[in-house]
Design a protein around this ligand. Sequence first.
Ligand SMILES: *Cc1c(COP(=O)(O)O)cnc(C)c1O
Length: 420
Amino acid sequence: MPSAAAPSAEILRKIGETVPTPYYLYDEKQMLERVRGLQAAFGWNTGYREYFAVKATPNPVILALLKRAGCGVDCSSLAELVMAERVGFTGDEIMFSSNETPAEEYEYARGLNAVINLDDITHIDYLARHGGIPERICLRLNPGGDFIIGNAVMGRPGDAKFGMTRDQLFEAVSRLKGLGVKSFGLHAFLASNMTDVDYYPTMARLLFETAVELRRAFGVSFFMMNLSGGIGIPYTPEQRPVDISDVGERVRRNFSDAFAPVGMGEGIAVATELGRYVTGPVGWLVTKAIHEKNTYRRYIGVDACAANLMRPAMYGAYHEITVAGKENAPKTEVYDIVGSLCENNDKFAWDRPMPKIETGDTLIIHDAGAHGFSMGYNYNGRLRSAEVLLRADGSFKVIRRAETLDDYFATLDFRQINEV
Ligand SMILES: *Cc1c(COP(=O)(O)O)cnc(C)c1O
């Protein structure tokens, strides 16, 4: 069940007059509706803020729209920090949730007065040397083992490189208190693309109860409980969207269950760092069928490839694919939908029932708005595509031009061929 309405064949035809395929298309109106739904779900918490995970859709126009809607940003690299700064984010509008962080990035983040989220206890001394210890700091917990909701194992935090152990967290709080930290945040990210309504509430309870224990142990106070990213979207037609207001209500109950009895909660902001949930369903990769090939399997070759969207090649991820103008046509054929890379995993779909596709048809690859364009790469010399924003009034705007061969060659100096 899709959680966003796909662009019509008519709109794609209009865009196609000036923008060649492949390109990414994002729907402004539906994106902002998702943000408003999220903010309403956590409206019970005074300081609530969504820090949009920049890596999901790193485009300044998208970030500017989210900023205007009241979001902050979650960055984890220098380029993401610089992009956030240039869009106008500063101070506590920026989370810096990095790992294996280079010195210059801590220094840059401290210069912006971003909220630092420490991934490891050894980073205390590192940050003290590179940027300095701030008065407010967030710490990333990895509780280890399996992450279980009800009876189901939802993830294996113990195998993940992120965050510090519980013992390290306690030691870190004690040391940081000694170094002058006045208030703490807690952060965890235990599983990805979770459509279970209890994902956030279960993890939130862990963070809230840990905060109560830390206050009991060290008398420290807290400014933030950061639930991070990980809320999923329905990629397959059978999956159901998460009821975000239900998620917010369950987190609220756990917040008051944990904090009210001990007189905590006042001044503690709930934060989220969702990427996929916000932009995933409202972005599409638009491509054209350029070849049909019948050998041992039936192939439709398109002008996009895994270099534009690597999730299917990398994770075997399912993405819904429709044909513009044939949305309601019967699915009489079975195809592999493939790109041009010299790699056999360059497929957007395997054995996919589809309507009959003609060369020249426009194919829409759904749910590509997050971790789509941004995971792109240049293998086989394939170039990154344009990004287009569909405005609320039906007009559109190219918000990133397509890469050119000059861009691709920009880091090379061909004069060197005569010097070697
Ligand atoms: C990737 C990431 C996110 C966003 O994850 P989604 O799956 O897009 O919600 C948030 N926080 C951190 C620290 C991340 O690494």
